[in-house]
Design a protein around this ligand. Structure first.
Ligand code: SF4
Ligand code: SF4
Length: 187
């Protein structure tokens, strides 16, 4: 290596070091903008970046308080880890699919966000909950619409069937409660 090249490399290194130190010093002297989060003391006011991905959440329509989910199953098919299972029925009044149960397996989820991207109804989002540690793995399975968020489904008649949707390509995972059960039709 020539002498000129050594001098140039040394200068570039020093310049990079100096630039980093100036940036650090700039943050250090900006007392008005505290960047370090004082967690857990600030748990009540803690704000995560908007793009943070926590647990999956179903979104309600603010106009009527009902879940926006149309039970189309696109998120189930988009999930590569078989982390979502939904149960749905056909509403005889509207002849449309209706969500009965939305089961989310956080223990399998890699928070990739593919399900959110697949949803065409803006009914799903990655939440901000990050305190997700539990002692029992089974507690990571949740029913996301357990507060219903919509009027109870009408009783099923013999001619109506309930459908459980799971991705066909996903491998079976045996360590957790497997597929959501099919809602049985009444006799
Ligand atoms: S893709 Fe959206 S609307 Fe369809 S089942 Fe999933 S959450 Fe519901
Ligand atoms: S974030 Fe990814 S892994 Fe988790 S449920 Fe959605 S698609 Fe599946």
């Amino acid at each position: 290596m020539s002498l000129m090249k050594i001098v140039r490399k040394t200068f570039q290194g020093l310049w990079g070091l100096l630039s980093g130190m100036v940036l650090t010093l700039g943050y250090f002297l900006r007392f008005d903008k505290v960047i370090t989060q004082q967690y857990p003391e600030n748990r009540a006011t803690l704000k995560l970046p908007p793009r943070f991905r926590g647990k999956l959440e179903l979104i309600k329509d603010p106009d009527n308080g009902l879940y926006k989910c149309s039970a189309c199953g696109l998120c189930v098919r988009a999930c590569p880890n078989n982390s979502i299972g939904i149960e749905k029925v056909r509403d005889p009044a509207t002849n449309k699919q209706k969500l009965v149960k939305y089961e989310f397996h956080f223990e399998r989820c890699t928070v990739c966000g593919l399900c959110v991207d697949a949803c065409r109804f803006d009914a799903l989002r990655m939440g901000q909950d990050f305190e997700t540690g539990v002692y029992d793995r089974a507690e990571l399975t949740e029913i996301l619409n357990k507060d219903h968020g919509q009027p109870p489904a009408p009783p099923l008649r013999e001619s109506q069937s309930a459908v459980s949707t799971q991705p066909e390509h996903a491998p079976a995972i045996r360590a957790t409660p497997a597929q959501p059960t099919v809602v049985p039709a009444k006799e």
